[in-house]
Write a protein of this length. Structure first.
Length: 764
């Protein structure tokens, strides 16, 4: 009997109950969709790294030998150790002179390159070269082709024996790019025997260990007598930590978006169940009087939310894994290299679904328990009409000057606070999500303009290869009236002789101060670097606790000396973190200025013919590559718009539906008094419009915070200041208000069909 009653009640209140199911579905869809990406990524990543025997620590130095290798191997807790030579080289011009990280090894004990096609890496094969699979696929390079790398002044041409991947390059991005473009970045593994004897200098030792790599620093320093540059762990390897930051971001999103829809679902449950139970007061009293226990009646009403939220959660889990989750994996697999990355699922989704169902059911309990406390004899009688009290708005000095429409709706809002709050909160969240989605576009354009018009104050970028001499660079500078720029990897710290946890691995940019390659301050205004000082990027300054006027310590990857420099400027850059300094100050540290590129406002296309030039890029080329990589933003905006539409429609329709049902007798009375359907619809639409306007106003200031949090969650290697234009706020507001008006029209036919006789009979 109660099951049939539940089905009849659901049919009679289909819109509200369908909303509960839909909101539960969307909440779990968002959660499992993001989690499917995270869980699947972490599972595939662990398998990948275990198979590759991925290193836990990296020791950088000038020249390591078997003696140092033995000393590190003897440290208790360190398992496998391997020597290797890492050098940054270039590919041929026909491959866009892409950055090519070359690894020369004589064994493969740690961080083994895994083969995707062809032969496995053989460190004794002097005729072969093993190439990054994503780079090869992008350029159409196949096993058996010849490939040349230009490194350390050598042109090494070898046969591609295999295509490989490695955990060190789960993420790969060229220094000149803002995001992944496999046209411009690659790596290759070769036998160390390929190099002349005098060039076989091991500048790295990589190792696996039982504990955190940095916990062995004292033992390593003692074993090597401090004769090494620095020790790094996985968190210092951008190819690894970038994906960690991305997965952490998606994990956060899974909870944030789910919370928004769950919060709306709870408001719908509260208002729906309270109204239905109050409406069925006499039925409850009758069931109670016939001997049905209150516990059974309570379970009956709790079953509404339980069954609907259960159905919604189950559908949400299925859809999340096979639609949104699959889409996320396919999308991010284009930017990250993880073999076997598939949507994943674990017990957490079941726990979250159970919690969501419990919350929805518990909310129904608090809505039901008050009516069940009433004695059956009282429940059989209709509830006493509430005493009409003056609402708070009636104290306004201009109350009597307001129209009937305004006074009527203000009184109704005062008497139905929860329903009004639901309308305001829902449209507020919809406004936030819409402005967040549109703001992603604005931020993209904002960063694009800042990066390509302000920081890069030039039209051409000339990349120089390793064979370029200082004299040739200076000659090219005169020909093009340009500026030379040097870049290299460095370590920075807040004090001399720092411990490993106080060291940050980043980049050093050396400019000539011509303001072609510029530096931005924290307000994003281009500012010259004061002579005798350096510019330190904002995120790294915060991490080290440094500010303008403090000293920062830095050293190159091949050096052992810590240099001290005064911070003259805290700077910001979208994708290059670290220190920028002037050439004259750099040369005072007894280091040799080796430019890697020249920038100029003049046409430099003729420079491509020079032997020491790797590539020439126009600003149009760089912008086109940036725009191509940022197409992922389109998908983000589509999701935001869809979520916003669903949220606003569900909230406003439910708010209007509840308002209509609660005031149906009032509307019938108004019809008897001569009010036309249009006037009554106006009463209903006015309140929806007011609540939407309030939601829009409250939603405007809260859209920027989650957008900035989303940008910051990409890690310290990315610094994108978020920006939402006034036009985006206006478009979001227009969109929300348009949906509000359209939802209001859904009640037009229902108002016309009000049966005044039947409704008024029910009042007797």
């Amino acid at each position: 009997m109660l099951k049939r009653k539940m089905l009849r009640d659901i049919k009679a209140n289909f819109a509200q109950f369908f909303s509960i199911m839909l909101l539960s579905l969307i909440a779990m869809w968002c959660y499992t969709g993001f989690q499917a990406n995270v869980i699947g990524g972490e599972k595939a990543r662990k398998t990948f790294e275990d198979n590759a025997v991925f290193a836990d620590g990296w020791i950088y130095g000038a020249d390591f030998g078997e003696e140092q290798l033995k000393k590190i191997s003897d440290i208790n807790g360190i398992d496998k150790v391997q020597l290797r030579t890492e050098v940054l080289g270039k590919a041929d011009e026909k491959y866009n002179t892409a950055e090519m990280y070359c690894y020369f090894q004589k064994n493969t004990d740690v961080t083994i390159p895994l083969t995707t096609e062809g032969e496995d890496f053989d460190p004794d094969d002097e005729e072969g070269l093993w190439l990054f699979s994503k780079f090869a696929e992008t350029w159409g390079i196949h096993v058996g082709d010849k490939f040349t790398v230009h490194v350390m002044g050598l042109d090494i041409e070898k046969e591609v024996k295999g295509l490989i991947v490695t955990p060190e390059y789960e993420f790969a991005c060229a220094s000149t790019d803002t995001d992944t473009d496999f046209h411009n970045i690659g790596f290759a593994y070769l036998s160390q025997k390929v190099l002349p004897e005098e060039m076989r200098i091991n500048n790295e030792m990589i190792f696996t260990c039982d504990d955190k790599a940095l916990s062995y620093e004292n033992d390593i320093a003692k074993a090597l007598d401090d004769n090494y540059a620095y020790l790094a762990d996985r968190n210092s390897i951008r190819g690894w930590y970038q994906l960690s930051d991305e997965l952490a971001q998606h994990n956060s999103f899974s909870y944030i978006f789910s919370f928004v829809f769950v919060a709306i679902a709870l408001l719908v449950i509260i208002t729906t169940m309270k109204r239905m139970i109050a409406h069925q007061r006499t039925q409850i009293g009758t069931l109670n009087a016939l001997g049905m226990k209150k516990g059974k009646i309570l379970r009956h009403y709790l079953s509404y939310s339980f069954v609907l939220s259960l159905i919604g959660c189950l559908l949400g889990i299925i859809l999340g894994i096979f639609t949104f989750g699959r889409l996320m994996v396919d999308m991010f697999s284009q930017f990250y290299t993880i073999p076997g990355w598939k949507p994943g699922f674990n017990y957490k989704s079941i726990i979250v679904a159970a919690i969501l169902i419990l919350i929805c059911t518990g909310t129904s309990y608090f809505s039901c328990k008050q009516i069940l406390r009433i004695h059956p004899s009282e429940a059989l009688r209709p509830a006493a009409a509430k005493t009409a009290k003056p609402c708070i708005f009636e104290k306004l000095p201009f109350w009597n000057k307001l129209s009937f429409n305004a006074r009527y709706n203000l009184r109704d809002i005062s008497r139905s606070k929860m329903r009004a709050f639901m309308g305001v909160f829902g449209t507020c969240m919809g406004m936030m999500i819409m402005s967040l989605g549109l703001g992603a576009y604005d931020t993209l354009d904002y960063v694009r303009n800042w990066y390509f018009n302000d920081i890069q104050n030039y039209k051409y970028q000339v990349l120089l290869n390793d064979s370029c001499t200082p004299e040739q660079a200076e000659e090219l500078k005169k020909e093009t009236d340009g500026e030379l720029v040097a870049m290299e990897a460095i370590s920075i710290a807040a004090k001399d002789h720092p411990t490993s946890d106080g060291i940050i691995t980043c980049r050093l940019a050396v400019t000539e101060g011509e303001q072609l390659y510029c530096v931005s301050d924290t307000e994003l205004d281009t500012t010259p670097i004061p002579k005798g000082t350096v510019a330190l990027t904002m995120k790294q300054a915060k991490k080290l606790g440094l500010s303008e006027g403090d000293n920062v310590y830095w050293k190159t990857t091949t050096g052992t000396k810590w240099n001290e420099s005064k911070i003259g400027l805290i700077s910001r850059h979208p994708n290059i973190t670290g220190i920028t300094m002037l050439r004259e100050d750099y040369e005072k540290t007894d280091l040799t200025f080796r430019p890697v590129m020249l920038v100029s406002k003049n046409n430099c296309e003729n420079a491509a013919d020079k032997d020491y030039v790797s590539a020439v890029h126009s600003m149009d080329d760089l912008i086109a590559a940036f725009d191509k990589m940022m197409e992922i933003m389109d998908l983000l905006v589509y999701f935001m718009v869809i979520f916003s539409v669903l949220l606003i429609v569900i909230v406003l329709y439910n708010s209007g539906n509840l308002s209509f049902n609660e005031r149906e007798k009032e509307f019938a009375t108004l019809k008897v008094l001569g009010f036309k359907s249009g006037a009554i619809r106006k009463l209903l639409s006015t309140q929806n419009l007011w609540l939407s306007i309030l939601g829009v106003i409250f939603g405007i200031p809260i859209g920027r915070a989650p957008l900035q949090a989303m940008m910051d969650s990409n890690g310290d290697a990315v610094d994108w200041p978020c920006y939402i234009s006034p036009l985006s706020y206006l478009l979001a507001a227009i969109f929300v208000m348009t949906v509000s008006v359209l939802v209001s029209f859904l009640f037009s036919r229902r108002i016309k069909r009000i049966d005044m006789v039947e409704v008024l009979k029910g009042m007797e």
